[in-house]
Design a protein around this ligand. Structure first.
Ligand code: HEM
Length: 214
């Protein structure tokens, strides 16, 4: 009877791991899709790509996009236990590059939010996104400098969920457009805060929920 219980616990544990891994892989593939289709073209500064909206701000957009792309691509490797456990030097190197990218992309995002021409709530929503991005990166860095590994892990998870807001934003923008819900301005304004506030709250439910159930 006891062994039946432990077999079913192991089975549901394994199933849980498979589900988590599948969600992780699908999310990364979606992220890659938006990086390739939306962000990568911005590595070529031209009228064609930037248009009259972004070209005058190219000096801010370019470092923002380079930092954003690198952070999006590096992040997933940092959460792979095998790399972290067997190759701590690579983990540290990638971690430093990731944090520098977030600093550059985050700081430039304040200027871009302040000069965007959608509306004030949109600027404030994206300004808030820049603030929590930089804030979580600093907390992750300070945690590890103080050897608080568990806190570092949690802040890095938050920081990557925020980095992923670029993808969340575009994904839901496409979904709302496909459904024909709201005007373009309404969708942009809604996504400027919901692309990070809602995923961050879900992350918190998981991080704190696990501790409560332990
Ligand atoms: C997570 C924090 C981020 C913040 C606060 C942020 C903020 C912004 C802002 C304010 C704009 C200008 C919007 C406008 O003028 O209407 C912008 C545009 C852009 N960002 Fe970010 N961004 C973030 C993450 C990223 C990431 C991770 C990437 C790359 C993977 C990225 C790539 C771009 C690109 C390509 C544009 C110009 C094209 C477009 O708006 O679709 N951003 N971002």
């Amino acid at each position: 009877m006891e062994s039946n219980k432990s077999v079913s616990a192991t089975t549901s544990n394994n199933l849980g791991k498979v589900i988590v891994k599948s969600v992780y892989v699908v999310a990364i593939l979606i992220g890659l899709y938006y990086v390739v289709t939306i962000a990568l073209p911005f590595l070529i500064i031209s009228e064609d790509v930037y248009g009259s909206y972004f070209l005058p701000r190219a000096a801010w957009v370019f470092p923002h996009v380079v930092g954003g792309i690198l952070a999006t691509l590096i992040g997933p490797f940092q959460f792979i236990p095998r790399i972290r456990n067997n190759n701590i030097r690579i983990h540290r190197l990638l971690g430093r590059i990731f944090l520098i990218c977030v600093m550059f992309a985050g700081l430039s995002s304040f200027y871009m939010a302040a000069t965007s021409q959608v509306n004030l709530p949109y600027s404030i929503g994206l300004g808030g996104l820049g603030f929590v991005w930089l804030g979580s990166a600093i907390m992750a860095y300070v945690s590890i400098r103080n050897k608080k590994i568990e806190l570092h892990r949690e802040w890095m998870i938050r920081c990557y969920v925020i980095t992923f807001a670029f993808t969340t934003f575009r994904l839901f923008q496409d979904i709302f457009n496909a459904w024909g819900v709201g005007t373009q301005e309404e969708i942009l304004t809604l996504m400027s805060w919901s692309c990070w506030a809602i995923p961050l709250f879900i992350t918190e439910l998981i991080l704190q929920g696990r501790k409560i159930l332990k």
